[in-house]
Design a protein around this ligand. Structure first.
Ligand SMILES: [Fe+2]
Ligand SMILES: [Fe+2]
Length: 152
């Protein structure tokens, strides 16, 4: 065992790299959500257009806020934030039910991603970062539940 190597610090470095990778996945997903909701807000048609266009627009704003928080977290960890959205295709439709189903899948994936990130943040004992990301995690969980109710 090399006494000059601080194992604890190395472990922390590894975790930090893993966290940045995971945060970039979350950021890519937020960037996709911004495009998805902006697109659906423009195309949603039928009797539900009025309130769903507003709902989707609010999700655009929320995703922009989430992306900013995640980006700030990556900066804090000295990582490099990605600028490309997640490549998962956004199905084009003007059918609101199809849109809600796609939104549900998107929010579910987002909530799972943040659910995976939180225990990693716990490991580096940064309570400020944990708090900021937990807020997003709860936002995503609320969206999942809201969409589940809309799809009922
Ligand atoms: Fe989000
Ligand atoms: Fe969301």
């Amino acid at each position: 065992m090399n006494p000059f190597i601080d194992d604890t610090d190395e472990g922390w470095m590894l975790t930090r790299t893993e966290i940045v990778v995971a945060l970039n996945e979350a950021l890519a997903w937020e960037l996709r959500a911004i495009t998805l909701y902006a697109h659906y807000s423009a195309y949603v048609s039928g009797i539900h257009r009025s309130h769903l266009a507003t709902y989707f627009n609010n999700e655009v704003t929320e995703s922009i806020t989430h992306a900013a928080t995640v980006r700030a977290a990556i900066v804090k960890l000295d990582g490099e934030a990605i600028t490309e959205r997640d490549p998962t295709a956004i199905p084009h439709t003007s059918d609101y039910l199809e849109m809600l189903k796609e939104a549900y899948k998107t929010e579910k994936n987002a909530s799972e991603t943040y659910g995976r990130i939180l225990p990693m943040i716990q490991e580096i004992e940064d309570s400020e970062l944990y708090d900021a990301l937990e807020v997003i995690y709860f936002d995503e969980l609320r969206s999942v539940e809201e969409l589940r109710m809309m799809l009922k």
